[in-house]
Design a binder for this molecule. Structure first.
Ligand code: NOJ
Length: 581
């Protein structure tokens, strides 16, 4: 039935495929929670190195490793005290070299995290700035401002920290310094050429060691509006329950782009296609696309996809808007459902939309685990078919859920403490990975230590319980990644398919536009269906979000399905990939 007509141009045409990052599947490792080789209860670089064969076998192309640099760990390493070394908690520089070498040997690329918006207050740059005079060149590395002479207790403006409370703290001599995050994370002054020069040095330091790229933290925050005007909305109003941002005098200022144009030139001096991926929580999606214009980032996380409600028209709209915006600038879309800042999909997707996205929000009720697991499998199955790159966060391949009941005394996220527990924070998605069901700390650490307690239910989701078990979440992801490779998915052209007409017509961009983003009618309106055409043929993907099962037509051959219940129909909250005979 609905094969796209060969004469009609696809909604999203195929892009060049010789650049690895356009279609790569990249696995995020959160070092403190991945694998602990030295038994101190905190994961480390040798631990990561020991698990690289597992990642190779999973079928990913690259790993992104969250910060492992010297840090007081006030924000789990996103408070960097030295950009060019390794925290002894995680190992040594030699361990980092060995990890990069081992990964390359296995055919895995390595992306490291760069945190340029702020340093730790223990960074020598900030220590130097604190003891220097107001107005001195040392202070100019950061955002210091004089106190209001009429009211020295009033911060220079009304900006609030993303983690709660004011975004300003007072230094001992009475000047205030800006910190968009914790008070131990002072914002750098990116108007200062010395800061720009220093970071180019940091890029080169890691590029020389062989890394394949950088994930750039808070890429939308480095430049602040001139004069630091008051914000019209509070951080909470800007964020809702999540970290998504909209216009504010400290987010997404046009001036950030020239920084990335300069960085890209540095990367391009190096051989073998080094990349930058932007963490930019900006809206609408067209603003994200500005970060991936030619000569800037190659990738920017598609947080609209992560934030999208579990609803067919919301998902269709998001996919359509993403392709439209990125096609204009010639960039791939970078799909993402999870990371170390948001509620794990196996929990989030079973909650109402009011709880979506970030775990920075208020405490949430425990949702139905079976529903969450089913939807998480479906979401991953749909995502991995879409043209573009995709990121998986450690444990996503196991279907790990958010740990909602961590006791207060173990919580470490500054959000929890800065809001006196009013906002729960992100510890629940950072609980150490279960590798072996019957081992101490589920195999995370031989000593049995784990920096956050793992729940009993993690045992059933341990790698060794899922490995080789047909129908397990892990085996599903392995199959999806193998089939993605075989079918050339991640590349290719994309077309929405309207399953509602029964006429065999494909619903391309025009049909989507005419129907205001809703394909078909009745039950078909609750289905997201699309074709991806690559050199290997057309793969049809059907995601059923409606109440009734979608009967599989005779000419549709199931390649892989999110769930074993997909046999002669695709039931609610399931996805299948098809070849059409
Ligand atoms: C985004 C990171 O992903 C998050 O974990 C961190 O707390 C903030 N940026 C501040 O660096």
């Amino acid at each position: 039935m609905s094969q796209p007509s060969p004469t009609r141009s696809p909604f999203h045409p195929a892009a060049a495929t010789d650049e690895w990052w356009r279609s790569a599947v990249i696995y995020q490792v959160y070092p403190r929670s991945f694998a602990d080789a030295d038994g101190d209860g905190i994961g480390d670089l040798p631990g990561i190195a020991s698990k690289l064969p597992y990642l190779r076998e999973l079928g990913v192309d690259a790993v992104w490793i969250s910060p492992f640099y010297p840090s007081p760990q006030s924000d789990a390493g996103y408070d960097v005290a030295d950009y060019c070394d390794v925290d002894s908690l995680f190992g040594t520089l030699a361990d980092a070299d060995a990890l990069i070498f081992r990964a390359h040997d296995l055919g895995l690329r390595v992306i490291v995290d760069l945190v340029p918006n702020h340093t730790s207050d223990r960074h020598p740059w900030f220590r130097r700035a604190l003891v220097a005079e107001p107005g001195s060149p040392e202070r100019d590395w950061y955002m210091f401002r004089d106190a209001d002479p009429e009211d020295p207790e009033r911060p220079p403006n009304n900006w609030e920290s993303v983690f709660g409370g004011p975004a300003w703290s007072k230094s001992p001599d009475g000047q205030w310094y800006l910190h968009l995050f914790d008070s131990s994370q002072p914002d750098l002054n990116w108007e200062n050429p010395c800061v720009r020069e220093a970071f180019e040095g940091v890029l080169r330091f890691w590029l020389d060691r062989g890394v394949d790229g950088f994930r750039v933290d808070v890429a939308h925050g480095l430049v602040k509006a001139a004069g630091l005007p008051d914000a019209a909305q509070t951080t909470e109003e800007l964020q809702g329950e999540g970290m998504a941002t909209s216009a504010a005098p400290y987010w997404d200022q046009d001036g950030v782009h020239e920084i990335y144009l300069a960085w890209r030139k540095v990367l391009d001096e190096y051989p073998s296609d080094r990349v930058m991926v932007a963490e930019a929580w900006v809206e609408p999606y067209a603003r994200i696309a500005r970060y991936v214009r030619p000569g800037e980032f190659q990738q920017a996380f598609n947080f609209s996809f992560l934030d999208a409600a579990w609803d067919a028209s919301a998902l269709r709209e998001c996919i359509e808007e993403s392709f439209r915006a990125n096609d204009v600038v010639g960039a791939p879309t970078t799909w993402v459902l999870s990371n170390h800042d948001v509620i794990r999909p196996a929990t989030r997707l079973a909650l109402g939309p009011e709880h979506f996205a970030s775990q920075l929000g208020a405490p949430i009720p425990a949702p139905d685990p079976a529903l969450g697991a089913r939807r998480a499998r479906a979401a991953t199955t749909a995502m991995l078919a879409l043209p573009g790159s995709a990121y998986l966060y450690q444990g996503e391949e196991l279907g790990l859920f958010e740990v909602l009941d961590l006791p207060e005394e173990v919580r470490q996220d500054p959000t929890f403490h800065r809001t006196n527990g009013r906002r729960l924070g992100r510890d629940g998605c950072r609980v150490p990975i279960p590798w072996q069901a019957d081992a101490p700390a589920y195999g995370f650490s031989e000593s049995g230590a784990a920096w956050l307690p793992q729940p009993a239910r993690y045992g059933d989701l341990a790698v060794d319980r899922q490995e080789g078990r047909s129908g397990s979440h892990l085996e599903l992801v392995r199959t999806l990644l193998a089939m993605r490779r075989e079918r050339g998915l991640g590349t290719g052209s994309f077309d929405f398919v309207d399953l509602g007409t029964g006429s065999g017509a494909a619903a391309g961009a025009d049909a989507v536009a005419e129907s205001g983003g809703a394909a078909g009618s009745g039950a078909a309106a609750d289905i997201v269906a699309f074709d991806v055409t690559t050199a290997a043929g057309t793969t049809r993907v059907v995601l059923n979000l409606g109440a009734s099962a979608w009967p599989i037509p005779a000419d549709h051959r199931v390649l892989v399905a999110s769930d074993p219940t997909v046999t002669d129909s695709v039931p609610t909250d399931r996805v299948a990939w098809f070849a059409i005979d």
